[in-house]
Design a protein around this ligand. Structure first.
Ligand SMILES: Nc1ncnc2c1ncn2[C@@H]1O[C@H](COP(=O)(O)OP(=O)(O)OP(=O)(O)O)[C@@H](O)[C@H]1O
Ligand SMILES: [Mg+2]
Length: 297
């Protein structure tokens, strides 16, 4: 497959991503094109379920490259993200060497810190895999020190392991960082990236996504569900549904054998799309039949 990095412009990036089933708007096509062309990480921020993580998988598929994922969490550190030494194997090696009568401490030490005892975690794997797509998911969950550490790694695409020396990526991985904005990520990290804010899609694009993801679902049902979700997002909900929930809802209704939905069935299946009691209550108070009628559904 032709490397996606060779594509001439945003339109081609859009077409290649669409082939994988991931639909982008003009802004995201441009951001992806520039990220690939300039070898810059792309920083994806937005509400839950709007397709931030899925972008990395789509890019990997379009590129024909493995997706290497680092899920961030509170307290994540370099030994979980970058590399660690395989202590049990080192110990076994030490015992075997001792049993064989090796006593030279210098030799033992250099043998113990050999590359084969190094466990590569996602960041190191991405530096050593060419080409690759590195997804650093939910960076807002990690703490400040980890952010600072990433900043360094993403500027140089190299890492220094005291016992082994400096390892540098021959070709920098395509990097996708995501954040749900539970806290602000530092400007210094953002400065190294191209930024894209993920809005909820409009009706036409969301319908196209549902049709693409669930080709077996009736066109009418897909349209109705999309219209209902778009109307729900217009309410002041605690957690507005993302594209993920639209897909889930359509799938749930399809699983019930429905090829269309009315207000009653919509209310009965709200648990697929709204995950707070207050939001469900608000939805029940809405005239869902009117929403469906307005779409001519
Ligand atoms: N533009 C799109 N094209 C195709 N599918 C999409 C698109 N946007 C979202 N989806 C689908 O919506 C679902 C949710 O997307 P994803 O998990 O990437 O959201 P997210 O923004 O990472 O959410 P979270 O913040 O909760 O992790 C996925 O199944 C994905 O396939
Ligand atoms: Mg995600």
């Amino acid at each position: 497959m032709r490397p996606i990095a060779d594509v001439e412009g945003p339109e081609q990036v859009r077409a290649r991503l669409e082939e994988t089933g991931y639909l982008v708007d003009d802004g995201l096509a441009m951001a992806c094109f520039l990220a690939l062309r300039l070898h810059r990480p792309i920083f994806c921020e937005g509400d839950a379920g709007v397709g931030k993580t899925a972008l990395a998988s789509a890019l990997a598929e379009a590129l024909g490259a493995p997706l290497i994922r680092l899920q961030c969490h509170e307290g994540i550190d370099a030994s979980q993200a970058l590399y660690d030494w395989d202590f049990p194997r080192q110990l076994l090696h030490l015992r075997a060497a001792e049993a064989a009568g090796v006593t030279d401490a210098g030799r033992l030490e250099s043998e113990l810190y050999d590359r084969r005892f190094l466990v590569a975690r996602p960041l190191l794997r991405a530096l050593e895999t060419r080409p690759s797509v590195l997804l650093i998911d939910e960076i807002d969950r990690a703490d400040d020190e980890f952010e600072a550490f990433l900043l360094e790694l993403l500027s140089e695409f190299s890492v220094t392991i005291p016992e082994l020396g400096t390892l540098r990526a021959e070709e920098p991985p395509v990097v996708v960082l995501t954040s749900n904005r539970t806290r602000e990520v530092h400007d210094a990290l953002k400065r190294r990236c191209l930024y894209h804010w993920f809005d909820h899609p409009g009706f036409a694009r969301e319908l196209a996504i549902v049709r693409r993801r669930l080709p077996g679902v009736s066109a009418r049902l897909a349209e109705q569900v999309t219209a209902l979700v778009q109307a729900l997002r217009g309410q002041d909900l605690l957690k507005p549904p993302g594209v993920a929930e639209t897909i889930d809802w359509a799938e749930a209704l399809d699983a019930l054998g429905a090829s269309e939905v009315d207000a009653e069935l919509a209310v009965a299946t709200l648990g697929s799309v709204l995950k707070y009691r207050e939001d469900a209550e608000r939805a029940r108070g809405l005239d869902l039949a009117a929403v469906l009628a307005a779409r001519g559904a």
